[in-house]
Design a binder for this molecule. Structure first.
Ligand SMILES: [Zn+2]
Ligand SMILES: [Zn+2]
Length: 270
């Protein structure tokens, strides 16, 4: 889960997302719209008798926040909770599991803030089924090829690994950049993502106010998408002053062709 605003549990229930599937929570910063849902969600985990561990990554102060809630008796944890406080000034690898690696993205906002880059882990090469037939590969030879080796046969015959395996699909990547001003320093860090979520709190005629409040405009989000060669841009975090959010899409489309609006309940496949 990335950020956990007030009302997150209502949405999880509404869209039938199982809370038990959440093992990691990444909090970008300590503005209420990004973390006020956390105490309620942790309490629900306790009530549902969770026993597996939960990892929360977030700003410095997270340990104190959770510790204070425990101390004043708001909750007692039934399950192991790992808290990782993040350095907001550098980009670093903070989490990896069998599927994905997560790195931080330093963002420029009014308080220390980090975005997150999720990159799929490199997949091993797969055996080409036609090669099994063609070279009459034995089970030990297939095993050898799966581990990345060439197949060696007597008489000095060598079948190169590339001839019997298929190149895995490119690693998919998703970048989450909220909340932030327009910041070109992000461009290299998020280069070539399949999906870039970038905040767009205002339209570009309010560029000065956006910058003063630590936010970006739809046009600026689209420029970051274009410069970083993102495949697709997702806009979000719209100011409530705009009643019709399609204006954000129209502004971004002038700069970058493949944009969508992040709206409650929508799913985007990467
Ligand atoms: Zn904020
Ligand atoms: Zn915010």
């Amino acid at each position: 889960m990335i950020d956990c605003g007030e009302g997150c549990q209502i949405r999880l229930n509404q869209y039938k997302v199982k809370k038990s599937k959440i093992d990691e929570i990444f909090i970008s910063h300590f503005h209420g719209d990004h973390f006020f849902g956390l105490p309620g969600l942790i309490t629900s985990f306790n009530l549902s008798s969770r026993t597996k561990s939960l990892r929360i990554y977030g700003p410095i102060g997270l340990k104190k926040f959770i510790g204070t809630l425990e101390e004043i008796g708001s909750f007692y944890l039934n399950f192991p909770l790992e808290i990782h406080e993040l350095n907001p000034d550098i980009s670093e690898l903070i989490h990896k599991d069998e599927n994905v690696e997560v790195s931080t993205l330093p963002l420029k906002h009014r308080i220390p803030t980090t975005g997150f880059l999720f990159r799929e882990k490199e997949k091993p090469r797969k055996i080409d089924s036609t090669a099994i037939e063609k070279f009459k590969l034995s089970i030990p030879e297939i095993k050898q090829a799966k581990e990345g080796g060439d197949v060696l046969r007597h008489g000095d015959q060598r079948i190169p690994n590339v001839d019997i395996t298929l190149t895995p699909k490119p690693r998919r990547a998703y970048a989450y950049c909220s909340d932030t001003i327009y910041d070109e320093e992000l461009v290299d860090l998020i280069s070539g993502t399949d999906l870039l979520y970038h905040e767009a709190t205002y339209l570009h005629d309010m560029q000065d106010q956006a910058r003063a409040r630590g936010h970006a405009t739809a046009r600026e989000a689209a420029i970051i998408a274009k410069k970083s060669h993102a495949k697709r841009l997702l806009l979000g975090h719209f100011s409530s002053r705009y009643k019709d959010v399609s204006v954000f899409l129209n502004e971004a489309l002038e700069v970058f062709p493949n944009c969508d609006l992040a709206q409650d309940g929508k799913t985007f496949k990467i």
